[in-house]
Ligand binder design. Structure first.
Ligand SMILES: CC(C)(COP(=O)(O)OP(=O)(O)OC[C@H]1O[C@@H](n2cnc3c(N)ncnc32)[C@H](O)[C@@H]1OP(=O)(O)O)[C@@H](O)C(=O)NCCC(=O)NCCS
Length: 424
């Protein structure tokens, strides 16, 4: 099936396809409907006309690959964010999804995006292609009576965030989430400069010495229910978080509770003073990731200080045609001096689940901790960070290892569980 890169002339056909799939209406006569898709992404599609009985000017299937970047193990890595994937109703059930997804992964590899991420409404169809659930975007409903008791934190003041001070919010976000796994680096062109808009507001927290210490951002909601949608509360320490929660608590005269979006291991959870927080209603958005280039993904992270050793890693991938991307293979992984090197073993060429022997069957080079065997599902789970091989096995994924190699890989990949917050 010919998958091709879409051009600006395909913008209208793409919008018609995705509005049919996800809702919304597109007026073909409105020039905005034909405007090029926003920069910082590649769109791929399959023409309906290329299929039996297909129509000219219609896309049978399409998806966008966002050129994102995420934090990972103290480093950062480029990430293909898959968005707006749809198959035309006339062409569903014919296998176009698998065709398109394989092309998307191949394109991510071509564009040096060693990992791919998406927010699925149906995780199962992506799981079969090697994507693994790595995070859930939790939102809590917090009663404001819990925040009213917070005392004023001395030595800190809050200032309004304006277009002029927005770069300080961006700098804080960048700095305070650099050690998290999978948090988006929110830079252009996908995250343009300026205030986010749509009612977004924030305050900056500033120390007595003038140092920016954190921020809280929210959107005021009308109607019944929680009156404030709190997007982020980020601070350098507990006192900063307390000071920012106190600001949120000041809405208690007009609303009883707020919705608070949190990271997986968000420090703010440990600062909430009351026990009244509970999961907010509604579905919990899921984040899935998939390794595209194992060696590049490993090398993007920093190694924990003091950790050193070597292991041989084999990744098998029977979810996509062989050669689609560089997830599968045999790699010599060296960890030393804060760095990771992952070198494909020459001539290994493993691209499918053909290796079914246990770890000791692979040839381990001298002076290594041994061998680790992962299927692509386990690799996708583990290389996103914050999980252990035992976690992967508990989930039913293939993760076999010699004990010292397992200990080394677990130590390398340790860290906060991945979190993704997709916008300010
Ligand atoms: C979901 C969608 C992309 C599937 O496209 P498709 O080309 O019809 O899918 P395929 O025929 O290649 O089937 C792919 C697999 O998904 C499964 N699948 C398809 N639609 C499904 C559905 N609605 N629910 C559960 N599974 C589904 C198929 O059974 C198939 O499984 P298999 O590989 O084990 O046989 C298409 O129905 C669509 O565009 N839906 C609306 C938009 C959407 O949901 N996009 C995905 C956002 S996460």
């Amino acid at each position: 099936m010919p998958v091709r890169v879409l051009t600006p002339t395909d913008a209208l056909a793409y919008r018609l396809l995705t509005s049919s799939a996800f809702g919304g209406s597109v007026d073909p006569d409105d020039p905005a409907a034909s405007a090029p898709l926003s920069p910082g992404q590649t769109a791929l599609g399959i023409d309906s006309a290329a299929l039996p009985g297909g129509a000219e000017g219609v896309l049978a299937a399409a998806a966008r690959i966002r050129h994102d970047e995420i934090s990972l193990g103290g480093g950062r890595v480029r990430c293909g964010g898959i968005a707006g994937l749809a198959v035309h109703p006339a062409h569903r059930g014919d296998g176009l999804f698998a065709e398109l997804l394989a092309a998307v992964l191949a394109r991510c590899d071509e564009e040096s995006l060693p990992v791919s991420m998406l927010y699925p409404s149906n995780p199962e169809i992506y799981r079969r292609h090697g994507y693994q659930v790595v995070a859930r975007v939790e939102t809590l409903e917090v009663p404001l009576v819990d925040l009213q008791r917070l005392r004023c934190v001395p030595g800190r003041r809050t200032v309004p965030v304006t277009a002029a001070s927005m770069p300080r919010v961006r700098a804080l976000y960048e700095e305070l989430t650099a050690g998290d796994n999978a948090m988006l680096r929110r830079h252009g062109p996908l995250f343009p400069d300026g205030l986010p808009g749509h009612g977004w507001e924030a305050v900056l927290l500033v120390g007595a010495d003038g140092l920016d210490r954190g921020y809280a951002s929210w959107t005021r909601r009308g109607g019944d229910g929680p009156g404030l949608e709190v997007h982020e509360v980020l601070g350098r320490d507990r006192e900063d978080l307390r000071a920012l929660l106190r600001v949120i608590g000041s809405w208690s005269t007009v609303t009883e509770s707020v919705r608070l979006r949190v990271r997986t291991e968000d420090p703010v959870l440990d600062v909430l003073p009351g026990g009244g927080a509970r999961p907010a209603g509604g579905t919990v958005p899921i984040v899935m990731m998939r390794v595209v280039d194992t060696a590049a993904l490993l090398e993007a992270r920093q190694a924990p200080a003091g950790l050193s050793g070597a292991l041989r890693l084999e990744v098998t991938d029977d979810t996509v045609p062989a050669g689609t991307c560089r997830a599968a293979g045999l790699f010599d992984v060296h960890v030393a001096d804060g760095r990771v090197r992952a070198v494909p073993v020459p001539g290994s060429g493993t691209t499918s689940a053909e290796s079914s022997a246990g770890p000791s069957a692979a040839h381990s080079p001298e002076a290594t901790a041994g061998t680790v065997l992962l299927d692509v599902h386990a690799a996708s789970l583990l290389l996103a960070g914050g999980r252990s091989l035992a976690d992967a096995r508990r989930t039913g994924l293939r993760a076999e290892a010699d004990a010292p190699a397992e200990a080394l890989l677990d130590a390398l990949l340790a860290g906060p569980r991945p979190s993704v917050l997709d916008a300010f």
